[in-house]
Design a protein around this ligand. Structure first.
Ligand code: G3P
Length: 216
């Protein structure tokens, strides 16, 4: 499963990309607003840093305007993926962008049927928001499992990009469900490395190595 970093913060991108496990990135209007940066300039820097697809969100709401905005965003770099919210006008635009060979990520997906519609329009990715589902007292991962079944049933090539992931269990369950990608904040990516048992064992090895005489 691919791991994307869910941030627009360049320092976080630099830190995580050093680790060699980042396959791409996702941004959204909220994350961009936190940086205080001019978007297009920021997007260009993100696309240079990240070794893989970078989702940039369209803010237009009518199909012609979405396509025009997407075409502008796509000129920023070759690894741009156009993020489009799941609205009827958005899916009209997705179909047209697919024909133009511009990659798309249908976002704010909150039901398996929305994911089906996005796949029918040729979306490259769908982004179901699992953490938001959990916050409503529902099991977000059930949506992922249902989307996986639907896509497998009909052979859709659209990739399932688990979004709004809040903790390592979301990442584990996404991988077990066969999702193609999970996008996570830097803090969750750091947590994936951690286990108290590993810390104890590493400390023991370091201490025992100190007792070994005449090293080297
Ligand atoms: O970038 C898409 C998504 O991961 C953001 O989710 O719920 O953290 O706003 P959320």
């Amino acid at each position: 499963m691919k791991l994307f970093l869910d941030t627009a913060d360049l320092d976080q991108m630099r830190e995580a990309c050093r680790w060699g496990i980042v396959d791409g990135a996702t941004t959204n209007p909220t994350l961009v607003s936190k940086t205080g940066r001019e978007p297009r300039e920021l997007y260009a820097e993100i696309c240079r840093l990240v070794p893989g697809p970078v989702s940039l969100e369209c803010m237009a709401t009518e199909a012609d305007a979405i396509v025009a905005e997407a075409q502008q965003l796509a000129t920023i770099a070759e690894n741009v993926v156009i993020k489009i919210p799941i609205i009827p006008e958005g899916l009209i635009a997705v179909k047209r962008l697919t024909a133009l060979r511009i990659q798309t990520n249908v976002t704010v997906v909150c039901s398996p049927l929305q994911a089906l519609l996005a796949a029918k329009c040729g979306a490259t990715y769908v982004s179901p928001f699992v953490g938001r589902w959990d916050a409503m007292g529902q099991v977000g991962m059930e949506m992922i499992r249902q989307i996986k079944t639907i896509f497998d049933n009909y052979g859709f090539a659209t990739q399932i990009l688990v979004a709004s992931a809040r903790h390592p269990l979301h990442v584990l369950e996404a991988a077990l469900a066969g999702a193609h990608v999970t996008t996570i904040p830097l803090e969750v990516m750091k947590q994936l490395y951690q286990h108290p048992m590993s810390d104890v064992i590493i400390e023991q090895f370091v201490n025992d190595w100190a007792k070994v005489p005449a090293k080297g």
